[in-house]
Ligand binder design. Sequence first.
Ligand SMILES: Nc1ncnc2c1ncn2[C@@H]1O[C@H](COP(=O)(O)OP(=O)(O)OP(=O)(O)O)[C@@H](O)[C@H]1O
Ligand SMILES: [Mg+2]
Length: 252
Amino acid sequence: MKQPDIIALCNQKGGVGKTTCALNIAAGLTLLGKKVLLVDFDPQAHLTYSLGIAAHDLKKTVYPVMKASLSLADALLEHSGMSVLPANMTLTEMENEQTMFSDHEFTLKNKLAGVRDKDYIIIDCPPSTGFLTVNALACSRDIFIPLQMEFLALKGMGRLMSRIEEVQKSFNKNLKISGIIATRFDSRKKLNNAIMESISERFGDKVFATVIRENIVVAEAPSFGQTIFEYAPKSHGAEDFLNLCEEIVKRK
Ligand SMILES: Nc1ncnc2c1ncn2[C@@H]1O[C@H](COP(=O)(O)OP(=O)(O)OP(=O)(O)O)[C@@H](O)[C@H]1O
Ligand SMILES: [Mg+2]
């Protein structure tokens, strides 16, 4: 069986839509008939909570899998047709105990290496460029960067780019930035359009043609533990995420 395409949703800037994109891209790809493993790799565990899972009560999470005290198979949950590797606050320990992980930057890669029954693995990264993000990037083929089309959207991108280059050089020469996703887009806002233009000039066809519009139901769905396709299948949000997933599948 072939290896899954591993995609990291990554941006050190907080609140840009990484978790929302990870969840709804995974759900959209599942709707398109793909087999998906969704990995919560953020100690905030927003992805896990967004699926209605009480992360704080969980014992079987990504952290004991990283520590090799639990197998990947034993940690996986089935949710909305996807497999989910949940997280909770214990994952912060991984940042503190870096040197205790035998393969350091390749810890996550080694754990996911045996996965052969999925088409995609989608990883939700924390808002930092630290050890957890480096682990996610060391095992990924593609990076998708969600961006809000606001003033300062590109601030910090320089640092993110140099971190990505470091990971490419040291740990993963196959890694590439393959998608910029405009999130919470509002075409009525002049600034949104102006920033979209300058991002398209800078990143060219890496910018997905589909933009994810600002849509209140996208923000509401997680409080019901649902994906956008379950919560509001006829919404702009569902339409945008499905279009984005069709682009992702075509680009492969
Ligand atoms: N298209 C959208 N329309 C409306 N609200 C949205 C949309 N996308 C994301 N949001 C909301 O924006 C907020 C931030 O999104 P999200 O949690 O996905 O960002 P993040 O980058 O994962 O944040 P963090 O850096 O803390 O992990 C959330 O409240 C989310 O519900
Ligand atoms: Mg998040």
